[in-house]
Design a protein around this ligand. Structure first.
Ligand SMILES: *[C@@H]1O[C@H](CO)[C@@H](O)[C@H](O)[C@H]1NC(C)=O
Ligand SMILES: *[C@@H]1O[C@H](CO)[C@@H](O)[C@H](O)[C@H]1NC(C)=O
Ligand SMILES: *[C@@H]1O[C@H](CO)[C@@H](O)[C@H](O)[C@H]1NC(C)=O
Length: 949
C-alpha cells in the first residue's frame, strides 16, 4: 500500500464506518469466532481487507472500524462518565448494553477504572486494596474523544500513555465485552496460565491467549501452544521504553482471553461480568509487583520446612513402596524434608480415607516427624456421594454445586445414591469409582468451610499430615458430554457421565454467542468440556457457575488454607493446581502435569518467574518431568535447576491409565525418577540441594519479605536492570531476590552455559571459581554435570546462611554463616535476615513474633566495619554466627584486631584465612558472634583493622 492510497482510505474512514482501512499492525479482530468470510464480516458492519504478504502472522482480515464504540453522554468531570452506544457496528454477540457507567477512582497512586452497569457479576475476592508503598509516580486519566469515546492513562512524570484506547473497539453486551488499547512498548510480560516459551511476549504478531481454568498439561514441545492451562491470571507487566514499568490487572472471572498485537496493542475479551481495571505505576518492576500485591493481597508465608526438598510419585503400590523410596534417598544423603503421597494412599480414591495397603500410614507419619520430616498429602475437591464424608456434608448442610432446577437432575444417576437422591447436587466423575459431588467453596454461610475443615481435622487425628496438595480443582470432571455425539438432549446419558444441556434455553450458558478461543481451539467442545455444566449453581445457589468457574481453585485454596490451620494448629503449606488473582494469599502452585522433556525444563524457569509476578512465589515445576520416562541427564539437570525453585519437588507418574469398561485401570508405567535411581543424579541433587539448604535463611527471608511487602522471591533479571535492553530476552536465568543469580544448564549434551552478567559486580559460587569476579556481559561458564549449578552473588549484598545438613529441621540447629559480596568502588554491602520458629500460625504477619536483622558492611583503607541492626526479636534461642566470608576483600586483615561492641574478641587463626589472589576473607570461629546478644541490642558492631594489599 502506498502512502497516497493509505491517505485516501484514512480520509474515507472519516465518512464511512464500514470502509475504514486499518493498517495490518493495529487491527481489532471482528471475527475471533469461527467461520470468518467477507460476506459474514460485512454483515457485522466490519471492514474486510485481506492481509498482504509480509503482514504480521495472524492479521485479521475482518476488523472493527475505529469508530466502533460508545459516546460520552454525560461526564461530571470528576469520576463518573456515562457512555451511550453510538455508530459503528453493533456487538455481534448480543444486544449492546447502553448506557454504561464508566468510573475512575484511586487507591493511593493506583488508578482504577470500572466499566459496567448495575447487576453485573463481580468476583467476591475481598481484595485488601491497600495503596502501594511507593507513591512516587502519578497516573493521569484523560478522555481523548467524546464521540467515539476513548481515553488515555498517562504517567505524569514522562507524559507517556500507558493505555490509549483510540484504537477503538469498545463493546459491551451481556455475554461479550471487549476493550482494546495501544501499548507503550512491546516489553509485555504476564497473563496466565499458559506455557510461554519466551518470557517476553512476541508482539510482532497477533496471538490470542485464552484464560479459562482447564485440566490440561502444558505443551512445551510445540513451537507455540496458546492452550489455557489450570489457572486464570489476567495481569501483565509492561516496561516502557525508558525502563519505567507499570502493571495492569483486569478483575473478571468469566471465560476470557487477550489478543496481543503488533501496534503494539492488546484486545481483551470476556463473556460476562464487567471490566474492573487497576493500573500500578511502579516505576520499577518490583514496585509494580509490590503495588499489585498490596492491592490483591500478599502471599502466605510457607512453613520453614516447606522450603525443603520434596519427593513425590503417583503410583506407589503401597506404603512399603513409598517407604523404600524415601529410605533409599535418605541413605544416599540427599537433603529431603517432605515425602508425599498421591491419590494411591486413599481407599478407592476417596478423600479422607486410607487404602488397605496403607494401614501403617499413621505410624509412618509419626516416624517422619520424629526424623524432623513432614508429610504432604493430596486431596481432591470431588467427594464420592456414597460414604461418610459426603453424608456429614449433607448433615451439616454444606453446599455443593447443583443443578439450577430439579427437573434437570438426571434421575438415573441421582437415584442410585440415597444420600444425594433428594438433592439437586450435580454429580460428576473424577478419581473415585462412583459419582462425585463438588463442594461449593463460594458458599458464604460458612457451612461448607466448616464441614471441609471438619473432614481434615478428623483425618488429621488419624494420620497427622502437615500440608495439603489440592489437585483437580479447575474443577476437573472426567467425561462431561463425551458421549454427546450419540446423545439426544434430555435422554439418559451413557452410564453415569455428566451430560450438560448445550442447546435450548437450558444450554444457553454452555453455548453462548461467543465461546472464547478456549473452546474454539478444541472443535466440538463447549465451555463445560472437562468440567461441570455452566448452568450449575454456586455461591449457595445464587450464582451461575458460568461466572464463577475460574474461582473454583481459588475458593478451594482459601477454604483449605483455613482447614490446614485448624486441623494442624501450625503453619504448613497448601499447593493448588488451579489459581486465580490473589490465590497466593492461600496457596502455592506447581506448574502442572509437565512432561519429561528439555523444553519443559526450559519453560519451568519462565513459569516460576511468572507466578512470582502473579503473587504466588511458592511455585515450582515437577522436577524431572511428570509425564513420560525421564532420562538420567534430564533428571540431573532438572534437579540442578529445581533446587532453586521455591517449591522444590520431584514428582512423576509411575502410573499409566487406560480406560477399560469406562473404569480407569492403572498399571505400571513410567519408571521411578527419584534421585537415588542414578548415582550421578543423586550426586548432583545432593550438591544442588546442599547449596539450597545452606542458603535457606536467605530464601526464607525472601519469602518473609514477600509476605510483608509483596516483593518477589524468584525474579527475572530485568526486574533489577530494567534499562539494559539486552536483558528482556534473558529468560533462562533468574534471580533469588536481588542478590543471587542462577544460570542453569537447560540443554542436553552441554558442559557450559553462556550466561549474561548485567552491569554490576558478580562473584562465582561454584567450587572451581569460588569467589571470582565475573566479567560483565556474556560469559561462558562451566556447567559440568558434576559441578554446582552456575550461581553467582551480586556485589553489595550480604546473604545469611546456615551450615546445611539433610533436613531443614536439623539445619536450623547449625551455626549461622554470612556471605558478604563487596560492591564496586568500596560501597557498603547490605543484607537482612528474617527468622522465626518457622511453624507458628499468625493472622497478621506484622504481629508474628520474629527476628529481623539488617546487616551493613563498609570498609576503608585501614579498617572494616560490620553493623547489625535489630528491628524485631522474639523469644527463641538462635545458634551463633560462626562463619563470615567476604568476597572482593582487598586487604590484609589483622586477625588480632577484631572488636565486638567495643570489646576485643578472638578469631581462630587456625580456621580463618585470607586468600590474596582470590581476594577472599574467610573467618571461622566457634561462637564468634552470639546472635541472641545481637537481638538484645538495637545495634551491634564488629570492627577490625587491615592494610591495603
Ligand atoms: C468532551 O466534552 C466535554 C464537555 O463538553 C469537553 O469539556 C471536552 O473538552 C470534550 N473532550 C474532547 C476530547 O473533545
Ligand atoms: C441450610 O443452610 C441454608 C443457608 O444458610 C438455609 O437457608 C437452609 O435452611 C439450611 N437447610 C437446613 C436443612 O438446615
Ligand atoms: C552503613 O554503614 C556505613 C558506615 O558505617 C554508614 O555510613 C551508612 O550510613 C550505613 N548505611 C545504612 C543503610 O545503615
Amino acid at each position: 500500500m502506498d502512502q497516497k492510497r493509505l491517505g485516501i482510505l484514512i480520509f474515507l474512514c472519516l465518512f464511512s464506518s464500514t470502509k475504514c482501512f486499518v493498517d495490518v499492525n493495529r487491527r481489532v479482530d471482528c471475527f475471533p469466532d469461527l467461520g470468518a468470510s467477507q460476506a459474514a464480516c460485512t454483515q457485522r458492519g466490519c471492514s474486510w481487507d485481506a492481509a498482504p504478504n509480509g503482514s504480521p502472522t495472524g492479521t485479521p482480515y475482518c476488523y472493527y472500524p475505529t469508530n466502533t464504540g460508545y459516546a460520552v453522554s454525560s461526564n461530571d468531570g470528576k469520576e463518573n462518565i456515562q457512555l451511550t452506544k453510538q455508530g459503528g457496528p453493533a456487538n455481534p454477540y448480543g444486544a449492546d448494553i447502553s448506557p454504561l457507567t464508566f468510573k475512575t477512582s484511586k487507591v493511593g497512586n493506583v488508578l482504577e477504572i470500572s466499566i459496567g452497569t448495575t447487576g453485573r457479576y463481580t468476583p467476591p475476592l475481598n481484595l485488601p486494596k491497600q495503596p502501594p508503598s511507593n507513591q512516587a509516580e502519578t497516573l493521569n486519566f484523560q478522555v481523548t474523544s467524546n464521540n467515539t469515546f476513548s481515553f488515555k492513562v498517562t504517567r505524569q512524570s514522562t507524559g507517556r500513555a500507558l493505555w490509549d484506547t483510540s484504537i477503538g473497539g469498545l463493546l459491551f453486551a451481556d455475554k461479550y465485552i471487549q476493550i482494546a488499547t495501544l501499548l507503550p512498548s512491546d516489553r509485555i510480560f504476564g497473563f496466565g496460565e499458559h506455557v510461554h516459551k519466551k518470557m517476553k511476549h512476541d508482539m510482532t504478531r497477533y496471538t490470542t491467549w485464552p484464560m479459562f481454568a482447564r485440566d490440561i498439561g502444558p505443551d512445551s514441545g510445540s513451537a507455540l501452544s496458546t492452550q489455557n492451562l489450570y489457572g486464570t491470571q489476567p495481569f501483565y507487566l509492561c516496561v516502557e521504553p525508558d525502563g519505567k514499568a507499570h502493571g495492569v490487572l483486569i478483575i473478571n472471572s468469566n471465560a476470557q482471553e487477550v489478543t496481543l498485537g503488533p501496534a503494539p496493542h492488546l484486545i481483551y475479551r470476556t463473556i460476562g461480568g464487567q471490566l474492573d481495571l487497576a493500573f500500578f505505576p511502579g516505576p520499577k518492576p518490583e514496585d509494580v509487583i509490590q503495588g499489585f500485591l498490596a492491592y490483591i493481597g500478599r502471599p502466605f508465608l510457607p512453613a520453614y520446612w516447606a522450603l525443603g526438598y520434596q519427593l513425590c510419585r503417583w503410583g506407589y503400590k503401597n506404603l512399603a513402596d513409598m517407604q523404600a523410596v524415601i529410605t533409599r534417598n535418605q541413605a544416599a544423603g540427599i537433603p529431603l524434608d517432605v515425602p508425599y503421597a498421591d491419590i494411591d494412599y486413599m481407599s478407592h480414591y476417596e478423600d479422607f480415607t486410607e487404602g488397605d495397603d496403607w494401614s501403617g500410614f499413621p505410624a509412618y507419619a509419626q516416624q517422619l516427624h520424629s526424623q524432623g520430616l513432614h508429610l504432604i498429602l493430596i486431596f481432591d475437591p470431588a467427594i464420592e456421594v456414597d460414604y461418610s464424608s459426603f453424608q456429614r456434608g449433607i448433615d451439616q448442610n454444606a453446599s455443593f454445586i447443583e443443578w439450577p432446577r430439579f427437573d434437570l437432575v438426571p434421575r438415573q444417576i441421582q437415584d442410585q445414591y440415597p444420600m444425594a437422591k433428594s438433592t439437586k447436587i450435580m454429580l460428576g466423575n473424577v478419581w473415585p469409582e462412583r459419582n462425585t459431588a463438588f463442594p461449593d467453596f463460594l458458599d458464604t454461610t460458612g457451612k461448607t468451610d466448616a464441614w471441609w475443615a471438619g473432614e481434615f481435622a478428623r483425618f488429621h487425628n488419624i494420620t497427622p499430615f502437615d500440608g495439603m496438595w489440592i489437585d483437580m480443582n479447575e474443577p476437573s470432571n472426567f467425561d462431561t458430554n463425551v458421549y454427546s455425539s450419540n446423545r439426544v438432549h434430555g435422554e439418559a446419558p451413557t452410564g453415569d457421565k455428566l451430560a450438560c444441556p448445550i442447546s435450548g434455553e437450558d444450554g444457553k450458558l454452555d453455548n453462548p454467542p461467543y465461546q472464547t478461543q478456549a473452546v474454539y481451539m478444541h472443535p466440538g467442545e463447549n465451555l463445560c468440556s472437562k468440567t461441570l455444566c455452566m448452568n450449575a449453581k454456586t455461591q449457595r445457589g445464587t450464582q451461575d457457575f458460568y461466572n464463577t468457574k475460574n474461582l473454583y481453585g481459588w475458593s478451594e485454596a482459601r477454604s483449605t488454607y483455613a482447614a490446614l490451620k485448624s486441623a494442624t494448629g501450625k503453619r504448613g503449606a497448601v499447593i493448588s493446581r488451579s489459581t486465580f488473582i490473589s490465590s497466593g494469599r492461600y496457596s502455592g502452585h506447581w506448574l502442572g502435569d509437565n512432561t519429561a522433556r528439555w523444553e519443559d525444563l526450559q519453560t519451568s524457569v519462565i513459569g516460576a518467574m511468572e507466578f512470582n509476578m502473579f503473587g504466588i512465589p511458592y511455585v515450582g515445576s515437577d522436577i524431572c518431568g511428570f509425564n513420560g520416562p525421564t532420562t538420567e541427564e534430564l533428571c540431573l539437570r532438572w534437579h540442578q535447576m529445581g533446587a532453586f525453585h521455591s517449591f522444590s519437588r520431584n514428582h512423576n507418574t509411575q502410573a499409566k491409565l487406560s480406560i477399560i469398561n469406562s473404569l480407569y485401570i492403572k498399571f505400571k508405567g513410567d519408571p521411578a525418577q527419584d534421585p537415588a535411581v542414578w548415582p550421578s543424579v543423586a550426586q548432583a541433587a545432593k550438591q544442588a540441594l546442599t547449596f539450597r539448604y545452606q542458603y535457606l535463611p536467605y530464601l526464607y527471608s525472601l519469602h518473609y519479605r514477600a509476605s510483608l511487602t509483596g516483593s518477589t522471591v524468584v525474579r527475572p533479571l530485568f526486574f533489577e536492570f530494567p534499562i539494559d535492553s539486552e536483558i528482556f530476552s534473558i529468560d533462562r536465568q533468574f534471580l533469588w531476590g536481588s542478590a543471587l543469580m542462577i544460570a542453569p544448564a537447560l540443554d542436553p549434551g552441554v558442559t557450559t552455559v553462556r550466561a549474561y552478567f548485567p552491569a554490576d559486580r558478580w562473584y562465582s559460587l561454584q567450587d572451581e571459581t569460588y569467589g571470582n569476579q565475573m566479567p560483565v556481559g556474556y560469559n561462558t561458564v562451566n556447567a559440568a554435570t558434576t559441578s554446582l549449578t552456575p550461581v553467582f552473588v551480586r556485589g553489595g549484598s550480604i546473604l545469611p546462611r546456615q551450615t546445611p545438613t539433610t533436613t531443614t529441621t536439623s539445619s536450623r540447629q547449625n551455626p549461622f554463616e554470612m556471605l558478604i559480596a563487596v560492591a564496586a568502588n568500596a560501597q557498603p554491602s547490605f543484607g537482612e535476615l528474617f527468622y522465626d520458629d518457622g511453624v507458628t500460625l499468625f493472622d497478621d504477619i506484622t504481629k508474628n513474633p520474629h527476628f529481623s536483622f539488617n546487616f551493613n558492611y563498609s570498609t576503608g583503607d585501614t579498617a572494616a566495619k560490620l553493623t547489625f541492626v535489630t528491628n524485631d526479636k522474639m523469644d527463641l534461642t538462635l545458634p551463633t554466627l560462626d562463619i563470615i566470608e567476604i568476597f572482593g576483600y582487598e586487604y590484609y586483615p589483622d586477625f588480632n584486631s577484631f572488636i565486638w561492641n567495643g570489646k576485643s574478641i578472638n578469631v581462630n587463626v587456625q580456621t580463618s584465612t585470607y586468600y590474596p589472589l582470590r581476594k577472599m576473607l574467610y573467618i571461622k570461629t566457634k561462637g564468634l558472634i552470639d546472635l541472641n546478644d545481637v537481638a538484645s541490642r538495637a545495634t551491634s558492631v564488629l570492627t577490625w583493622s587491615h592494610r591495603v594489599v
